[in-house]
Design a protein around this ligand. Structure first.
Ligand code: SF4
Length: 373
């Protein structure tokens, strides 16, 4: 195995074994881990409080215990995380869980998690709909201050201005490195298959961002030195919440579909927007949520994502796959608007609804048809 393959295989392993990876990172960094549910965080706050921030999206599991709290069709990531928590998978691993509140499903998720998984303290952060207004940012900065206080109480480490500044710099560096990586990855479809691309991005959830960023920068450099090969596959752009299904990602690989870019909450939207430094760092962190674009869950009355997807699909000669976890109200509301515009502009697209336990064979068939057309 050459250096590039070794690096790739290490990152794949990290993403495929989240619990082992978190344990290893805890050991290396000497920090205890705190969870950050669905990537809204902000992880900078957790990092500045002396914890190892861990992105929690839920792994593919057969849902049994979480059925006591939710009907089978409920939002997949919420059910998966509750299931893992109730099975005791995070016991002794996560010292706290930061839970965002920004959609209807998440309103009850924190309360259910508190009751069903009593061994992890839950810290709720309410995200405002009016995220671009000064009042919305001030409200969110207040929520972050509260969350920071609770993290400091649990970890007994105060968040100072210097520490928060350092954490913001670490995360901005990570985000910049990821944007460059994603761009370069799209030029090497035979190497960065949909599954590999997804897993390499996902590995960031479980690793210390300082260590992870160094690996990504090195990987991008190695990719740059690699000869670009001719490729006959088809280009796709992903949008929605996530495409967390080994089965479907590998199916895409076998159909020679290449992810040229994505607007997924779990992937590029995690590193699309940096924090702009200001006098009040909590306000700066809140400003990042205000600055986010093309996100399915952050309110955007203009629906700018639709126009951006259409222009990028034409520019990159790509089809679009909309990925919706079952019962995801923000994305379900947007989909009719997306569909209408894609059809009007003649853009090839499909919608994959991802149910809780595993991707359905219907989704596989849809992918097959999508690739053949
Ligand atoms: S936005 Fe969708 S996927 Fe995310 S928690 Fe809400 S319902 Fe679930």
């Amino acid at each position: 195995m050459n250096e590039l393959e070794l690096l790739v295989s290490g990152l794949l392993k990290a993403a495929e074994n989240p619990i082992e990876t978190i344990k290893r990172e805890v050991e290396i960094t000497g920090r205890e881990a705190a969870g950050c549910f669905l990537g809204f965080g902000p992880e900078e706050l957790i990092d500045a409080a002396g914890f190892l921030p861990v992105g929690i999206w839920g792994e593919e599991r057969e849902i049994e215990k979480a059925k006591q709290y939710y009907p089978a069709f409920f939002c997949a990531p919420i059910q998966r995380v509750l299931e893992q928590g109730m099975r005791g998978e995070y016991d002794g691993l996560l010292k706290a869980m930061v839970m965002p509140v920004y959609c209807d499903a998440l309103r009850s998720a924190g309360q259910n998690f508190k009751t069903a998984v009593p061994y992890i303290p839950v810290i709720s952060v309410v995200f405002p709909a009016n995220r671009k207004l000064d009042s919305g940012k001030r409200f969110l900065a207040g929520e972050y201050r509260n969350a920071g206080r609770q993290l400091s109480e649990i970890g007994e480490e105060k968040i100072t201005e210097e520490k928060l500044k350092e954490s913001i710099a670490v995360y901005n560096r990570y985000r910049q490195a990821m944007r460059v990586f994603a761009e370069e990855a799209s030029l090497h479809p035979e190497l960065m298959t949909p599954y590999r691309r997804h897993m390499i991005i996902k590995a960031a959830c479980f690793m210390d961002k300082r260590r992870y960023t160094e690996k990504i920068i090195h990987l991008t450099d190695l990719m740059r030195q690699r000869e670009k090969k001719a490729w006959e596959g088809k280009n796709v752009i992903l949008t929605g919440i996530f495409l967390e299904s080994e089965l479907l990602l590998k199916k895409m690989e076998s159909l020679k579909l290449t992810v040229v870019s994505d607007f997924l909450l779990q992937e590029s939207l995690q590193f699309q927007t940096d924090v702009r430094e200001g006098e009040d760092l909590f306000y700066s962190l809140a400003g990042r949520f205000g600055d986010m674009s093309f996100c399915p869950v952050a309110l955007d009355p203009e629906k700018t994502r639709i126009g951006r997807l259409c222009s990028e699909a034409k520019e990159k000669q790509a089809g679009i796959i909309v990925c919706i976890p079952s019962f995801c109200d923000p994305e379900e509301y947007d989909y009719p608007l997306l569909k209408r515009e894609f059809e009007r502009q003649g853009i090839h697209h499909i919608c994959l609804e991802l149910n809780t336990s595993s991707a359905s064979s219907q989704a596989e068939t849809l992918l097959q048809t999508f690739a053949e057309l």
